[in-house]
Design a protein around this ligand. Sequence first.
Ligand SMILES: [Zn+2]
Length: 339
Amino acid sequence: MSGAPVLLQHPSSLDHDTGPHPEQPARMVAIERELAARGYLGFARVSSPAVERSVLEAVHPPSHVELIERVAARGGARIDADTVVSGGSFVAALHACGGAVSLVDRLLSGSAPTGFSVHRPPGHHAETARAMGFCLFNSIAVAARHALDAHGLQRVLIVDWDVHHGNGTNDIFHGEPRVLFCSIHQSPLYPGTGPASDVGSGAGRGFTVNLPVAPGAGDPEFRSLIDHVVVPLARAYRPQLLLISAGFDAHAEDPLADCGVSDAGYGEMARSLRGAAAELGVPVGAVLEGGYALDALARSVAGTMKELGGVASSDGAVGVADVSGRALQRLGEFWPGLA
Ligand SMILES: [Zn+2]
């Protein structure tokens, strides 16, 4: 493996217009400002392509893809109480999936040792034929399915540390032993799924690992589950690829849940998973899910990238003004909507 870590983004993430909503374009702006100020932690910035239709439809039936396309073409509508499709949402969701798929391609070709796909809408609640919970298409599931279908992998580990249960990913791979899905989530909380007793089905029985935590859980609980359950599971499963459904809404500052993970806690979880991947000699990539406290989200994304192999910026000691100037210039080129 060689090359720099990659950061996959696309300006269409700003065009998914949810109106007054916690899952808002400002999330992207907050992350971008934080990363720009930190020189993108040495990650190479890559524009995410739109996902190929055949790759998307390996998870989602054409009827579901066409529904989202049609609603967006009509100017948008509310799909359910939480989930909005706007005129720009279909294209944004295609690039969100394309970013995750491109991340997998880059990790498995060896062109990047690690990476982060930072898009909205998020994906882990989306079921095969149902958009829900702010999610339209399940980006990480599409990427994992692509790793099986196009790269012939036999073992993919998905670790979902978003505070909500990744019910979509859970269901998509429920009967699939080639994907070990492992989720840490607050319970009770939306969407109400993911008891520890749900362990998968059929050939996939035992390859779904749900780790619910009580409201109030913080760094000790999340870190303990990562270090004492997830990492030993990874050693036993020997994945060929490790993907993180990286939501940051278990943060203490997040308005949508009741957990207490800190900035440092996310960094420590990322460090543990990065260490496990290094020990197993496999690449690791993260795909953004939730996270609604804007500053905490931005700091936690940056902290996760640092532990996934980023280069720490120098905390102000060397050339920060220069780095920031160049970064902001690139920001303006990349996000034309931002001054
Ligand atoms: Zn969430």
